[in-house]
Design a protein around this ligand. Sequence first.
Ligand code: BGC
Ligand code: BGC
Length: 621
Amino acid sequence: MCAYTKKQTKTKTSRFGIPALSLAITLFGVTCNESTKSLPDETEIYKNPKYSVDERVNDLLSRMTLSEKIGQMIQIDRGFIEKESDIKDYFIGSILSGGGSSPSSNEPSAWADMVDNFQQQAVRTRLGIPLIYGIDAVHGHNNVHGAVIFPHNIGLGCTRNPELIQQAARVTAKEVAGTGIHWTFSPCIAVVRNERWGRTYEGFGETPELAGMMAEAAVRGYQGDDLSDNTSILACAKHFLGDGGTTGGHDQGNTEVDEATMRRLHLPGYISAVNAGTGSIMASYNSWNGEKMHGNQYWLTTVLKKELDFEGFLVSDWSGIDQLPGDFASDIETAVNAGIDMVMLPQRYKEFMLTTLDLVNQGKISIERIDDAVSRILRMKFALGIFESPFTDRALTGTIGCQEHRNVARECVRQSLVLLKNENSTLPIADSVTHIHVAGKNADNLGNQCGGWTISWQGGSGNITVGTTILEAIRHAGTEVEVTFSSDGLGARNADVAIAVIGETPYAEGSGDRSDLSLSAEDISTVINLRSFGIPTIIVLISGRPLILDNIMLYSDALIAAWLPGTEGQGVADVLFGDFAPTGKLSHTWPRSMSQIPINYGDIDYDPLFEYGFGLTFPKK
Ligand code: BGC
Ligand code: BGC
């Protein structure tokens, strides 16, 4: 694979022995000795797309100063840029928007303007190396107001339909490209073994098979047939390795399993992602038997880069290197030597530049390691065609949130629903029904049905973006039907059927860790209130994971697990009214009680409420 890394011209580095002094010279590097080796007269190979990616990488690398190389390894969040000209002066290679890190006007064109503006700085550097901009587009382009929001991965896992997931990722890629962004930190292919974890919904399910099948589909969808296409973006499989296997389901916790288990459960998704050509992979916050993955050379380099032949680049997670033992210098040394190629700092870029120069000069990080890291990053920038088209293709900006894209998400919603119970053929709602009463805190709440990682990092309740709530969708479904609503269910008198939309409210990462996954008292009383009228009751559960259903099972006639469906609430109505048959199959085992968790497919003494793969159906009308 990386044969070219061995043939590069060695760059002289000794002059940077006294960082503080040399930094000024280096940062404005055009004047320092190292770079007065001005560009040769012969054709600049790296600027010429007629050459192969490897030829261009080699050529460019041979022209770069050490500071220019280190700059490529830096990723900062847009919110931490002190001065825009720092992008140029520190040779910044990458910028990201963390959750909710949006321009002040959160509209597609403002995003494109912002990214293009940053890019202007980068292309003004001596060598004109463009930025690669990254974002968590994990269920659609979810930070951007008006973008279509897809179901979170836990629901997509229930579709068992990789073609559809590929199509969904294709749509997301177009919307992301429409804001000038080249890279999504997705798919999350965590194999989630304990539903206490607040990131359960980010993974496709509890088995390595599901992670592998969907990883491949998502990577192909994001990256398209050709990475250089203007609608293709770089994928990032995350979080490597064992994020979903921590003891107690603690976020950023410790995965205490042997190597064989790690390979059997957590590695297969990455084998698929690498085979599908994922251009990047993100390291995980978790530890493996007490050692942080960010410093684990065995998994990051020996297994991932050598054994699996991963040719893309490895990015660290947000501030992830700071969790390594030791000071900042030792964090960088450990992480880069373990195999991290780009560091999601996301803030300390000036310090990173100085410290890394120093580490290389002291021989603590070899120039070969730096060259390998930078080559991997540059290779993806060339493959993506960013050198040729650094700025937003504005023709795509207008497609963000368009009907065609929403239709794909609606199809994902339909196929992600899992029918868990259906007594007396309560579903589909009969044509003879003239009055439906809808209740529950999640019935008319777009933010709640989208979950975390929507507009902001943690997500939020209410009208946070453009879409259709489940109540609105039910109202629009049948013109002949009277639809009434009361949040607590007390207004249900005289209705023919009741629908309670209950469950979780938004959270992300560690703040979603729970020791108790019971339904709230509010939700239980909503259902009991409906039942008090003696009306057939359908429950639509909005949640990022299986919840403990207890008595709710008894109080309901039908129950649908709808996960976190996103903006297209009509997909739920489509199934409730029987326009589409439910086909979803559980991506997680459904436990009877908290004491059963962790419970996973293949366990001995497996006695769940609903098995992995369970899902009822009925014929469409
Ligand atoms: C998360 C990643 C995410 C990154 C950037 C981290 O906290 O663990 O999944 O990609 O932030 O927002
Ligand atoms: C998240 C970012 C988020 C930030 C907010 C990080 O842990 O990953 O995406 O923007 O926290 O403080």
